[in-house]
Design a protein around this ligand. Structure first.
Ligand SMILES: [Ca+2]
Ligand SMILES: [Ca+2]
Length: 361
């Protein structure tokens, strides 16, 4: 007897070693419900290890591993209404687990809805199978049958979240049969790798004078404009301007025709006559000025997204001045600014800090 007891302990130790460290942090523990525990609530049922129970109501629901249906291994997790029990709308029971969803796009699973125990009621009814993430219902099914490779979207949910499998009464009544939801093969789907391509970007104006010192072309005061060209094989028509940023500032999207998120005749043209179209996006000038923390020659980065997980990145070098033109009440002369814009900066226009930029010194 003693020997048998000892080998049982060794077996348990082996199980712990096998189940615990083999899974990475960003994964379900016991995703296929093959690991089971007994002699715990809801004893005497066999319960899936590492999963936790919510809304325990033993008079109405049962929760246990089951081998009646599965898509992976030997067991699935079952949540079911017990025979001849009265239920009210919203009564529910869940299995849940906290999972790190960083870098994941989806939670995948297989589930079956089925009726047992009364041939007069052969199909699943009165209840709903649900998948919740952080108490939000993201997937439901009420119709008898098996549903494989189901997926809920968790892209953008970084950090730890609660993934919950639930059975819930959709009407009030008495369970004439056991309505089972059987869950198996929980999987996390990784976000596809992002491909990064180089874009050619041209930022206008070429000179930005912070603190409102550079009001030389009145009509464009409000905007910093960017023209984006993409390498061969990619179309600027695919650029969605809601994804475009300059130094972290989002592109302006609005009512004007050129300001639509999607590409159109007013924002996508061959602006520089090189037979390749550019996408034009504009940024709020004050927001850009606030984002530019250094002066002198400044390299700014423009990024945006294309379909199929492609990201474009481009840089341009502009000149940024804190203020300039002491002799002109804080304004730069048009002539001097044009020299900046044409990259024909010279000593006559003062230093990079723009302390002398009236062209007269
Ligand atoms: Ca399984
Ligand atoms: Ca062009």
């Amino acid at each position: 007897m003693a020997d048998k007891h000892g080998s049982g302990l060794r077996y348990l130790a082996l199980l712990v070693v096998l189940l615990w460290p083999a899974v990475s942090a960003a994964d379900f523990l016991n995703p296929s419900f093959e690991g089971t525990i007994q002699n715990v609530t809801p004893y005497p049922d066999t319960f899936p290890q590492y999963w936790r129970l919510r809304n325990t109501d033993h008079t109405l629901f049962g929760s246990q591993v089951t081998n009646a249906w599965k898509t992976d291994g030997v067991y699935a997790a079952g949540l079911y209404s017990r025979l001849r029990k009265t239920f009210a709308v919203g009564d529910s029971q869940s299995l849940w687990q906290s999972v790190d969803l960083t870098g994941m796009s989806g939670v995948m699973f297989d589930v079956r809805l089925a009726s047992y125990g009364n041939s007069a009621f052969p199909t699943f009814m009165n209840f709903e199978a649900q998948v919740l993430v952080d108490n939000a219902v993201l997937w439901t099914q009420t119709v008898d049958g098996a549903y494989l490779n189901q997926q809920v979207d968790v892209s953008g949910m970084s950090g730890t979240h609660t993934v919950e499998l639930r059975i819930m009464a959709t009407v009030a009544g008495v369970s004439q049969a056991a309505n089972w939801t059987q869950w198996d093969n929980m999987r996390l789907v990784k976000m596809p790798e992002e491909k990064i391509i180089d874009a050619k970007v041209t930022v206008v104006p070429r000179v930005i004078v912070r603190k409102g010192g550079g009001k030389w072309f009145k009509w464009e005061d409000r905007w910093v404009t960017c023209f984006i060209e993409l390498p061969e094989g990619y179309s600027v028509k695919d650029i969605d301007s809601t994804t475009v940023t300059l130094e972290g500032v989002s592109a302006h999207v609005g009512k004007d025709r050129w300001a639509k998120a999607e590409s159109n005749f007013w924002n996508t043209r061959d602006w520089d006559w090189d037979r390749a179209k550019e996408r034009m996006v504009k940024f709020d000038r004050e927001a850009v000025e606030a984002a530019l923390t250094t002066t002198g020659k400044v390299t700014v980065t423009v990024t945006g997204k294309l379909p199929n997980h492609v990201k474009f990145v481009g840089t341009d070098t502009i000149r940024v001045f804190e203020k300039c033109g002491h002799k002109h009440g804080g304004r730069c002369s048009d002539n001097c600014i044009r020299r900046f814009a044409l990259d024909k900066w010279d000593d006559k226009c003062g230093d990079e800090g723009g302390k002398k930029c009236d062209g007269k010194k």
